[in-house]
Ligand binder design. Sequence first.
Ligand code: SF4
Length: 227
Amino acid sequence: MQDAGIRVKIDNIKPDNFNARKLKRFVQRWEIRDANGKLYDIKSHQFRATFVRELIKQKVPIAHVMKQFAHVSVEMTAHYLSLEEDEIKAIFSDLILKPNAKIAGLQASEIRNKLDVVFKGKTAKDMDDIILGLSKTMSFNPLPTGICLYDFRRGNCTDGDGCFMYNCPNYVTEVSFLPILKDELQLLETEMRRLKELGQEPAWQVQYVKWKYLKPLVEELEGQDIE
Ligand code: SF4
């Protein structure tokens, strides 16, 4: 980049170098100290949660954020998002409940049909109020490829430990998750082909059960994506 004779070079610094060179100097310069008075050993990793939260608040699609940050578990997702409950409700209710939301899952048609009835003849402002009201009564638990609507105040769900999501009526996903779901389907199909070639029928059956639920989800979202 060149401006009025000033040359500025922009380059990517590896995280370790950034921590050791830039952040260390920053802490020294601004005298940032811990409770014991020692210079604070800050690492760039500590900004991840804030960075993710800000991306989501700027309406960067949540699926894109999760993909970039390779969130593979609900725990990690929740940890990195570290959003306030109200913020989660606002983001997910808008995603799932807005008029013409492109959603899929075992309960998706029922949700859509109920909302169509409630939204009929309403103004945009009325609909926003309805969504806000509904979001207050519902639970939204972020998952790597969608949302779990189960209310954990009722106790743990029966399948929580082995949550496979796609066969659960509490799981709903939205079209912004489609790229991740497609990647997952592709991996699953590759693995199934490999197991078939190896003649490992029981292992193939395990993957097939997953495929049976994942494939229609992808197709349903793809159908809505081109509408
Ligand atoms: S099994 Fe269903 S209810 Fe339980 S965590 Fe997974 S999506 Fe939610």
